[in-house]
Every structure is written in C-alpha cells, then in structure tokens.
Design a protein around this ligand. Sequence first.
Ligand code: ADP
Length: 449
Amino acid sequence: MFQKILIANRGEIALRVIRACREMGIKSVAVHSTADADAMHVRMADESVCIGPPSGTHSYLSIPNLISACEITGAEAIHPGYGFLSENADFVQVLEDHGLTFIGPTAEHIRTMGDKITAKDTMKRLGVPCVPGSDGGVDTIEEARKIAADMGYPVIIKATAGGGGRGMKVANSADELDIAFSTARSEGKSVFGNDEVYIEKYLTLPRHIEIQVFGDGKGGAVHLGERDCSLQRRHQKVFEEAPSPVIDEATRQKIGKVCADAIATINYAGAGTIEFLYENGEFYFIEMNTRLQVEHPVTEAIFGIDLVREQIRVAEGLPLSFTQDDLKINGHAIECRINAEKVPEFRPSPGTVHQYHAPGGLGVRMDSAIYDGYVIPPHYDSLIGKLIVHAADRPAALARLHRALGELVVEGIDTTCPLFHALLREKAVQTGEYTIHWLEQWLETDPEI
Ligand code: ADP
C-alpha cells in the first residue's frame, strides 16, 4: 500500500486525487508554481512543495523538479491527473529509473497511443473499427492528392503527434487540400515537434462516443460503457453525458467488449478511453487517451465507482475491485465544463473571484478549486469547475442541471455558465439529437446567450 502520493497537477483534478487519497488513508503531496501558492490544492493536501515559477514549462512540466519534490517528501508514487505530464512516456521512464511509481499505464503503452498513426495501426490489429484513411503517414502532397481522390472529399489531415484539437485541418475539395496538408504539417512541427501527418475521411454527421476502459495490467480488463461528448467547440468538449442518448444496451456491450478485449490483449494497466466517431450505427476509432479524462465523473456517477481509487489500486498491483458483471448502469449523468471565459466570444477572463457559491442537493457534484477571494492566474487552462448532475433518466438530469446551474454563483469574473443556460433551452439539447458540428453551427446563428 502506498503511504504517500504526489500529485503532479493543479486545480480541480488535484483536489479530486487528494480526496481519493484521503479516503484510502494515503498522505498527499501537492506541488505548485509560485503563481499557485494560495491555490486550494496546496491548502488541501497534507504537504506541499513549490516547484517553480508560473510558467507551466518550468513548474508542472519540470520533470527534475517533480523528482526532487518526491525525494524531499518521500512520496512513492505520482498521480499525473490529466494534461501536463499525464501522457508523457519519457516522464514515466524517468520515474521508473528513480524507483517511483507512475499511476497510469506503462511508458510503452503511452508511447504507442500517443502517436496517432501507431495507435490506429495497433487498434486495427486488435480488431477495433477505425475511420477509413491512409495506411500510416503521408509524406508528399502528391500522395495526399491520390489518397483523397480515391477516398472522396471531404478529408481531414491530422498530425500524428496532435492533441487538444490542434494539428487537424479539413479539406472539402481538392482545391483546399494543399493548404490543409501544409498547415497540419507545420502545426504538427511547431506545436508537437513532429510534422508527420495522415489522412482520414472527414465524417460529416458523427457523434463523439468514447468508451471508458480499465485494465489490471495482467491481461484482465473491463469496460464502463460510453460517454457522449458530441457538444464540442473547436474540437474541444463542452458538455458530456453518460449513457449516450443514441446507444442501446446491445450496442454498448458489443463495442465495450471489443475495447476491453483490445486492452486486455496488450496487458494495459489502469484507466483509458477509446474515442470513436459514431455515424449511421458504425463506430470509427479516432484515438486512445491513456489517462483519466476530464469527463470521468459522469461514468463514476452512473456506475457508482471511484475511478481514481481504482487507478491507485491497480498501480499498487491489486486486482480490479469489480468484474464486468458488477457494472450496471444506474440513471443518467451530465457534466458541464465551466470555464473562466466571456461568452459568446470565449475570451479568457482571469481575475479575482469575489463570491463563489457551489450548487448542492441530491445528485449534484461540483468539482472546483475556486473559493471566495481566489485569484485565477492567467497562466493555465481556463477550466474553473465541472458541474456534474446525476438523476434517474435524461429528462430528470436535464431538469437537475437547470436547477443546479441556477444555484451556482461565481462573481468577479466571466464564466461560460450563460452558455449552458442557453443550451438547455435548445430543442436539440433537450432531445439529444446533435452531431459534433451542431454547437458551432448554432453559435454561428448568433443565439441569445
Ligand atoms: P485530439 O487528439 O486533438 O483531441 P481527436 O482525433 O481526438 O483529436 O479528434 C478530436 C475531435 O475532432 C473529434 O471529437 C471530432 O470532433 C473531430 N474529428 C477528428 N477526426 C475526425 C474525422 N475523421 N471526421 C470528422 N471529425 C473528426
């Protein structure tokens, strides 16, 4: 059993991990930049260590500083949260070399899934259905033109090292291909240090459906159904729910088994998410995230389990605490990502939170690290909280979300809450009938937010 875990992250996800540690009787160590000296995760952890200046590169992403923090505090394991170093295979390697445990999969699995071309090849080999596209990387524009013409437009050019919605460009016709190809390449190079790209058929009416999987690292694995993350802006999720309004139990079990079998075959350890586009009843793999997702609480809500606790247990070498048969869906859950941004422009709005009141009551969970008087630093992601509701079914969850949003007070800064109020009034959101393009198209109509 670990005695002490260091959390290499900040904000709501750092609190999330501290809470799991406390319930398991494990001491927690927070790390922070100088800009985060007054942050809630620092206050809540058992110990804290300053690991550098405000810039993420020199603090939360500094591997030597994190290793030193483990040495100073005697932490035996690191939980990376999401973002920052959570999918950095070199980090995992360095931890292993120092005799520290990374709470997550092996460096090899992270490396395989972090390169989208290798990930797709691996998944195809494991029997997971993929989006039609090039076989591996495409080096020249001539090759790209031929593949796109054979496949038919529209196509999407993706940087193999891309992530967070960056390094992807759509070409609707041959005229747009050259620019899409060179832009995806240069964005891949400048943002991710790798200019290799590949081509996929661009699906025009898909939903984003992702399967939560969990492996024990010894050939055992389960799936925890799907999350529907179709409401997106700039390829970034805004509103997520589980189960999906369009997936029935037979479909869920079928795709879930394909995913669980795939990760069992490779002896995957810990939490993972296999992301698909879903169109006309077919699943198309796009990528796998080898970490806890921002939207994991909707899965926790409907299955009544603690995914972080399970990650820690698996990292300790313990077996999964549930079998596939134990996992039964109960009700419906929805999450809203609340950002410090002014809508509808989505302009960042850092500053001082003069007043904060979190919603509560039955079936309401607010994961946030803000408090009265908290100064949101401008250096990091704009996510300031996640509001998660759980109820017996989708209409009840929507009603609960409406009620909880009405109770939430964040004064002093702008937040994306008005967007959610407006979305709840939309018929498409009420019925769940939307594709990944719906939100952006709706925003173009200049809705009243
Ligand atoms: P990232 O790693 O940047 O998150 P993904 O490959 O997961 O990139 O894709 C993110 C989003 O981009 C998807 O949820 C979807 O909205 C869109 N997308 C990706 N691939 C395609 C495709 N082939 N057709 C249509 N949309 C796509």
